[in-house]
Write a protein that binds this ligand. Structure first.
Ligand code: AKG
Ligand code: FE2
Length: 377
C-alpha cells in the first residue's frame, strides 16, 4: 500500500506540513521545471517584458521552480566567485573560524561548519559548510551610499557586518570577487522583481521603492562528499526547507543533488543546466500573493565523490517594509489569508528559531550523554 507521509517544515509562525508521495525521486520534465528565456526582459518594449512575466506566472503557479537563461550575469563573474568559495572552504578550520558565525555575528553572517545546522528537524544535521554576507549600502551596484546617508528607519535593518571581510583579507581578491557576483545578482533581482510585479497584474514599478536597500543575502554552500557512515545513515547535504524571502537566484555547479517537491508531492531532481540559474519562490512572496505562487520545498544531497558548490542569493523587500497581500491577489471571494509583516521580522524570526533549536538539540545531546562520552559542540 502506498502511503503519503507528512513533511514538517519550519516557518517563523510555527510548523506547516506538506504531503510527500512514497515514490523515489525521479528526473523532472521540461514542463515541471521549465527554462525561461530572460532576453526579452531587457527589451524596451513592454509587450516583450509581459511575455516573460507570463512564463514566470505559469512556472510560479505550477511547481514554483524554474531555470533562467540569458540572465546577464557574466560567466567569468560566476567562475571567479566559485573559485573563491573553493579557496575559502579548502582552508584549515582555524582560518575558516576567523569568520565563525556563531562567534562573531549578530546577524547570521559568516561561516558555519559541517554539521553545524539542521535546517529540517525531521532529517539529519546538514553535511554542508556555508559562508554568508548580507546587504550593505556601500556595496550597492545601483546606488552606492554611506550607511549614514540611509534613512534611519531603513538603517536600523541593515544587517551587513565587516568581520566577514576582515577575517578573509588574507585571501587575494576574495571580497572583490564575492561582491562582484553579489552585485550582479542584486541588479538582476531588481529587474526580475519588476517582471514578477507584472506577472501578478501589478504595475511594473510596484515594488521599486521598496527594494532600494533590500534583503539581498548571498550564501555560498560547500557540500563535501559524504563519508561512508553518513551515506549509510542517509545524511542530507541540506534538509527539506523553503526559502524565506521573495525569491532566490540559485547558481549550482555541475555536480547535481538538488531536488524539489512537486505540487503533487513527488521529489523531482533539478539537474544542473549549463548557462542557467535556478529561480524559486520564497515564503514572503507566497504570503504577498495569497498562496497563488508556491514557496517550493527543496533539499540537497551530494551523492557524488566530488565537492559541490552552490551560490544562492536571497532577495526580498527592504527589511523595514511592512507588506500584506497585494491588491491584485485578493477579492471579496478570496480574502487575504495573511496579516502584513515586515520582511525583516519574517527572516529574523526564522533564522533565530533555527539557531536556537539547533543549540537546544546540541545541549540535550550533551546532557543525555554518559559522562565518559566526549560530545563535540
Ligand atoms: O545547494 C543548493 O542547490 C540549494 C541551496 C539552498 O536551497 C539554500 O541554501 O537555501
Ligand atoms: Fe533553499
Amino acid at each position: 500500500m502506498s502511503t503519503v507521509t507528512k513533511l514538517e517544515l519550519r516557518t517563523a509562525l510555527g510548523p506547516v506540513y506538506r504531503d510527500v508521495l512514497p515514490h523515489p525521486p525521479r528526473d523532472c520534465t521540461a514542463d515541471e521545471i521549465p527554462v525561461v528565456d530572460l532576453a526579452p526582459m531587457f527589451s524596451e518594449d513592454l509587450a516583450d517584458r509581459k511575455r516573460v512575466a507570463g512564463a514566470i506566472r505559469a512556472a510560479a503557479t505550477n511547481n514554483g521552480f524554474f531555470y533562467v537563461k540569458n540572465h546577464g550575469i557574466p560567466k567569468e563573474t560566476i567562475s571567479r566567485c566559485k573559485q573563491q568559495v573553493l579557496n575559502f572552504m579548502r582552508q584549515p578550520p582555524e582560518k575558516k573560524n576567523l569568520v565563525d558565525s556563531r562567534t562573531y555575528s549578530k546577524y547570521f553572517n559568516g561561516y558555519l561548519g559541517k554539521s553545524k545546522t539542521q535546517i529540517s528537524s525531521s532529517e539529519s544535521v546538514d553535511i554542508r559548510e556555508s559562508f554568508g554576507f548580507r546587504y550593505s549600502p556601500e556595496l550597492d551596484p545601483d546606488h552606492p551610499m554611506d550607511i549614514e546617508e540611509v534613512s534611519e528607519e531603513v538603517r536600523a535593518w541593515i544587517r551587513a557586518e565587516e568581520f566577514v571581510w576582515e577575517g578573509t583579507s588574507h585571501l587575494p581578491n576574495f571580497k572583490e570577487d564575492c561582491v562582484a557576483y553579489w552585485s550582479s545578482c542584486l541588479t538582476l533581482a531588481r529587474r526580475l522583481v519588476r517582471v514578477f510585479a507584472l506577472s501578478l497584474g501589478l504595475d511594473e514599478n510596484y515594488w521599486d521603492d521598496k527594494v532600494t536597500h533590500p534583503g539581498a543575502d548571498s550564501v555560498f554552500n560547500y557540500y563535501p562528499p559524504r563519508t561512508v557512515e553518513e551515506t549509510d545513515n542517509n545524511f542530507v547535504g541540506l534538509g527539506s526547507h523553503t526559502d524565506l524571502q521573495l525569491f532566490t537566484l540559485l547558481w549550482q555547479d555541475s555536480v547535481g543533488g538538488l531536488q524539489i517537491l512537486s505540487k503533487e508531492g513527488q521529489w523531482l531532481k533539478a539537474p544542473p543546466t549549463e548557462g542557467t540559474i535556478v529561480v524559486n519562490i520564497g515564503d514572503f512572496m507566497m504570503r504577498l500573493c495569497n498562496d497563488m505562487y508556491k514557496s517550493t520545498v527543496h533539499r540537497v544531497t551530494n551523492e557524488s565523490k566530488a565537492e559541490r558548490v552552490s551560490m544562492p542569493f536571497f532577495f526580498g523587500l527592504n527589511f523595514n517594509c511592512v507588506e500584506g497581500v497585494v491588491p491584485s491577489c485578493t477579492s471579496e471571494s478570496n480574502p487575504p489569508k495573511y496579516e502584513p509583516i515586515s520582511c525583516g521580522n519574517w527572516c529574523q524570526m526564522r533564522f533565530k528559531m533555527e539557531r536556537d533549536e539547533f543549540t537546544k538539540g546540541q545541549q540535550a545531546k550533551t546532557i543525555a550523554a554518559p559522562s565518559a562520552t566526549v560530545v563535540a559542540m
